[in-house]
Design a protein. Structure first.
Length: 167
């Protein structure tokens, strides 16, 4: 794959995250049963997880392998654009999710992934996994605020998944 800004493509699909990056891994139980699973999977498939978390998404297609999109976060004209490409995708009866990597112009380098699973115990589990490091000078200077923002956005993703689960 060309255009991605990091070499460890697909590392969020499972196993250990690569060294040299900040890691985020969060798993939350959202409820039980097929209805909860399908609501959350549908929210991931329509970019709602991002929108409910307060990001805007510009995409010509729903999530699928190699789909490129741009998320934006901020207020008014002060918005940070983050171009990405989906690098792995899974759609099974009991698992749905994808991981996306950073493209040129993204303030970070790395990957983020979302996966919802309906387990054999009837639980619905949502997992976020990410690894990242600054890609531009102003992100390096603002590393502490960037980490704080990443943690808040992760919290908002979990809240969005909970909202989708309850709909």
């Amino acid at each position: 794959m060309t255009g991605l800004t990091y070499p460890e493509v697909g590392a969020t699909a499972g196993g250990a995250l690569p060294s040299g990056y900040r890691h985020v891994r969060r798993t939350e139980r959202l409820g039980t049963g097929p209805d909860v699973y399908h609501r959350v999977a549908a929210g991931l498939a329509t970019w709602q997880i991002h929108r409910y978390a307060g990001l805007t998404v510009t995409a010509e297609h729903p999530p699928a392998l190699d789909v490129e999109f741009v998320t934006r976060i901020g207020l008014g004209p002060f918005r940070i654009a983050a171009p990405c490409r989906i690098v792995w995708y899974v759609e099974e009866p009991d698992r749905y999710g994808y991981g996306f990597g950073t493209l040129a112009g993204h303030p970070e380098r790395g990957e983020e992934a979302f996966l919802v699973e309906w387990t054999g115990a009837d639980d619905v589990v949502f997992t976020i996994a990410a690894f990242s490091r600054p890609a531009v000078w102003w992100a390096r200077l603002g590393a502490a605020p960037a980490r704080w923002l990443q943690d808040r956005v992760t919290d908002r993703y979990v809240a969005a998944a909970r909202r989708l689960a309850r709909r």
